[in-house]
Ligand binder design. Structure first.
Ligand SMILES: Cc1cc2nc3c(=O)[nH]c(=O)nc-3n(C[C@H](O)[C@H](O)[C@H](O)COP(=O)(O)OP(=O)(O)OC[C@H]3O[C@@H](n4cnc5c(N)ncnc54)[C@H](O)[C@@H]3O)c2cc1C
Length: 825
């Protein structure tokens, strides 16, 4: 009996504690609630008096924590001291990278309790009439002009007409404001242009992406002097200048901040005038547009050994300048050959290149600000260029594969009807949806003023990785058709360019292992940056007060996340509050659950491993994957809302969310399995997976529903692949595939009649379709009109299915001299 009563009191305590923690009520509320409980227990509980005294002492400790001056002096001060000592030194470069950009939805996911109203209220991205006209006009025309086989195989370059068109229509000036003669497009429009171009020609889209991304125009706009802006921006907008940006060199790739290129402040002569300037020595490689660039954005390390700039510093750090191509000492013009996709890319060297000081972007006052400028601009550029190009390629691959798998028959069936192919097609559609959702919703956020740096790393990594999977899948579905190169191959160049997207703007392994979580943990965490700022505050008193606030906020936050994680995992997140979005409601709830579990894991990992976590890249990478999965699933849900929740698209949304949440579960599980402090790993496991692993990957039924809409001319297919170049014209494979797909709907029942009434009954005996059609017409199984339709359809299908062949000399392969015949002794 007394045991039962004690258990009831304990239960009461646990319920109260869980309720307060789950609802994130503050220390004051905890203290008050426990006071009431303790008074009741002292009055009515049957515990021993000594036990009651212990509880009152504990409560006294809790009450003491409410008195801030005492708490600061007797508790926080000690923790503050240890924290300051343990905090690793952070270089200004690292700090600038961490502080670049803004925190957006990514920050909510770190809270363990995301405020969905923020995402729900975010405006759907939209095109203005002018932007729409550009996509339907010049962009469409440029796609028409682009013959990828001619560009990649014969010419190794865009045609002169394309170069002229790119420059004159402002393709290089999408981010330049109208007042300088640019197009001043929204981030979303910029992204849509790249999507369309990438669906037609990866060489063209890569060429267009660079000047509109991280490069001279972007840097000038944000940091340039008025004089620099007024000179360069109109010239860039008119295409009179072609820019490139040179950061990478043979010794500084991923670790670009360690570049050995130097600029020494000294006196010298420029264009016959003696002046204070910079002597530059540099060696760069992989620089896109370098061979044709007229102006080079250059990153180098600035030194002022003689203190000619008037300061005390001698090493200013990374600095960016604009160097005209013809400057004496600059060697430029040779080309690299990036994987058969010959956009202009090459090395640049400079030896004792002397330029005036005001060639520094922003003038001498911006000396040493280069790294900050680059990482800040990367937070926008990285959300657009590669994610858009890759999404364009994925949309084209999915559009083509959906049609191809319907019109390509084997074993008397469209290949897409085989379960094996169906599985792959569903995956392509699902991945394409995720990519499109991520790039468009995030572009919309940029248009609302965000500069989302952590999402930019997530998009860079995941969208290009999904792009790689879509490219592989498209190749598999097309079989030999995808492999044999030639004008008829619409996949191979897109497949070949995948590693370029994986490598540039932060190679993917590094981005996953080091950047996504590493930057997110500090930047997005509601307390960590505050604690670090407090610890670095040179005013100790203010620092202590700041730290005290952050620390106690953090402790409450961690307790709450532990409880929220456990409760939501136990109840499968059925009761957590989310926007009421009908059929997708559960996915919102599951993101809530993962957000709490993730926040708990982050705190435990940071607290227990500290700086060592940076070295444990696989743990960071897995936490980054969990964060990214939640982010991408949120983008999918928002995209679905933005598109008006079409019920036909629901299977793709379900597939995407289930795949992402399943991945979040698996990565969190792998994180726990590899967590080095096993006791903590088990504790986390209890709080995160009390019922084990409860999520599953999407089932085959969902896959089948998706594939039906991708292999049929449907609204879902159109929406998923919206924005690609699919105009019906003789040289556009996407248009021709769609035409054949539409015809297949009429042709299939006629073919079936030939099979059932003709072949199976022995009235049609031929093995090839044209003769079967002839025999079926003669036997009255199909009409003359139907026969004509089927012949036309078959001709169109075979046009698509056929591949190219070449004479030896057409391949540009030199005939080898005959081997001398071996002498037989
Ligand atoms: C076609 C093309 C176009 C380019 N255009 C430009 C341009 O216009 N301007 C410009 O400045 N640069 C450009 N680049 C350079 C590009 O940004 C670099 O290639 C990229 O930063 C990687 O450097 P790297 O190739 O030297 O690889 P490395 O730095 O040698 O890296 C090798 C591998 O190690 C991994 N790695 C490195 N460090 C870590 C780590 N700490 N943790 C985990 N993994 C790690 C990387 O992810 C990569 O997989 C271009 C490159 C290419 C190929």
């Amino acid at each position: 009996m007394s045991f039962g009563v004690a258990a009831l009191w304990l239960l009461g305590f646990l319920v109260l504690f869980n309720f307060l923690a789950y609802r994130r009520l503050g220390l004051g509320a905890f203290t008050l609630a426990f006071l009431v409980l303790l008074v009741a227990y002292s009055q009515f509980g049957h515990g021993h008096i000594a036990w009651k005294v212990v509880l009152w002492v504990l409560w006294g400790g809790l009450a003491f924590l409410n008195v801030r001056p005492l708490r600061k002096t007797f508790v926080t001060r000690w923790i503050f001291r240890v924290f300051r000592r343990a905090l690793p030194n952070m270089s200004s470069t690292e700090r600038e990278a961490l502080e670049a950009g803004t925190v957006w939805w990514d920050g909510e996911l770190f809270t363990g309790n995301p405020d969905w109203s923020m995402l729900v209220a975010a405006k759907a991205p939209q095109l203005s009439a002018e932007e729409r006209a550009f996509l339907d006009g010049p962009c469409e025309e440029l796609c028409r002009m682009a013959d990828e086989w001619d560009i990649t195989h014969r010419r190794g370059d865009l045609t002169p007409q394309m170069w002229d068109y790119l420059k004159s229509k402002g393709f290089f000036a999408m981010i330049i404001p109208n007042k300088y003669g640019g197009l001043e497009f929204s981030a979303y429009a910029h992204s849509c242009v790249l999507v369309k171009l990438a669906s037609r020609s990866t060489t063209t889209s890569s060429t267009v992406a660079v000047p509109n991304s991280l490069g001279p125009a972007e840097l000038l706009l944000h940091y340039g002097t008025e004089e620099q802006k007024n000179y360069y921006l109109p010239r860039l907008a008119r295409g009179e200048e072609v820019p490139c940006f040179a950061l990478t060199g043979p010794r500084a790739g991923s670790d670009a901040a360690s570049l050995p290129d130097t600029g020494i402040v000294c006196r010298g002569t420029y264009q016959g005038r003696e002046m204070l300037g910079l002597k530059l020595n540099f060696s760069k490689r992989y620089i896109t547009l370098a061979p044709v660039a007229t102006v080079i954005g250059l990153a180098f390390r600035l030194f002022d050994p003689d203190k000619l700039l008037g300061g005390d510093q001698t090493d200013y750090g990374i600095t960016c300048a604009l160097i005209p191509r013809g400057t004496p000492g600059v060697t430029i013009g040779r080309r690299h050959f990036p994987l058969n996709v010959p956009f202009q890319n090459g090395p640049i060297q400079g030896r004792d290149v002397f330029v005036p000081l005001d060639f520094i972007i922003g003038g001498p006052k911006m000396a040493g600000q280069g790294w900050r400028m680059l990482v800040e601009q990367l937070s926008v550029g990285r959300c657009i260029s590669l994610p858009s190009n890759t999404t364009g390629g994925a949309k084209a691959g999915t559009y083509a594969s959906g049609a191809y798998s319907r019109i390509r028959r084997q074993f008397n069936m469209p290949v897409g009807r085989f379960e094996g192919v169906e599985h792959v097609l569903a995956r392509m559609a699902g991945h394409t949806y995720i990519m499109d959702a991520a790039r468009s919703v995030t572009a919309g956020a940029i248009d609302s003023g965000e500069r989302p740096s952590v999402p930019s790393a997530m998009l860079k990594y995941h969208v290009t990785e999904f792009g790689r999977m879509v490219a592989n899948d498209a190749m598999d579905i097309h079989g030999g058709k995808g492999i044999c190169m030639g004008p008829k191959n619409y996949l191979a160049r897109g497949y070949q360019v995948v590693p370029v997207a994986i490598t540039v703007e932060g190679a993917n392994i590094l981005t996953r292992s080091l950047i996504i979580f590493g930057q997110g943990a500090v930047r997005c965490h509601p307390y960590v940056l505050k604690e670090m700022d407090a610890a670095r505050n040179t005013n100790r008193v203010a620092g202590l007060a700041q730290f005290d606030r952050a620390l106690f906020g953090h402790i409450g936050f961690a307790i709450s996340n532990a409880i929220r994680s456990f409760v939501m995992a136990f109840t499968l997140a059925r009761f957590t509050r989310v926007p009421d979005h009908g059929s997708t409601r559960r996915y919102y709830q599951q993101i809530n659950r993962f957000s709490a579990s993730f926040a708990l894991a982050v705190d435990v990992a940071m607290l227990s491993l500290g700086g060592y976590l940076k070295k444990k890249e696989n743990l960071s990478a897995r936490l980054g994957d969990v964060l990214s999965s939640m982010y991408l699933a949120s983008m999918v849900l928002k995209h679905y809302e933005n598109q008006g929740r079409p019920p036909e698209d629901l299977p793709i949304v379900q597939w995407a969310c289930m795949t992402l949440l399943y991945k979040a579960q698996e990565q969190l599980h792998s994180f726990l399995r590899n967590f080095p402090i096993r006791s903590l790993a088990w504790l986390m496991r209890l709080l995160i997976f009390p019922r084990g692993l409860t999520y599953s990957a999407p089932n085959d039924r969902i896959g089948r529903a998706i594939v039906d809409s991708i292999m049929t001319p449907s609204a879902t297919r159109d929406r998923l692949c919206d924005g690609i170049y699919r105009t019906l014209e003789p040289h556009n494979p996407l248009g021709l595939l769609q035409e054949a797909l539409v015809l297949s709907i009429t042709a299939e029942p006629i073919e079936k009649r030939i099979r059932v009434d003709g072949i199976k009954t022995g009235r049609v005996t031929a093995l090839d379709l044209p003769t079967q059609v002839q025999q079926a017409t003669a036997a009255g199984i199909i009409t003359e009109t139907e026969a004509a339709m089927l012949r036309d359809y078959d001709r169109k299908v075979m046009e698509i299915v056929n591949v190219d062949d070449f004479a030896q000399h057409e391949l540009g392969v030199q005939a080898m001299p005959a081997e001398p015949t071996a002498q037989i002794a």
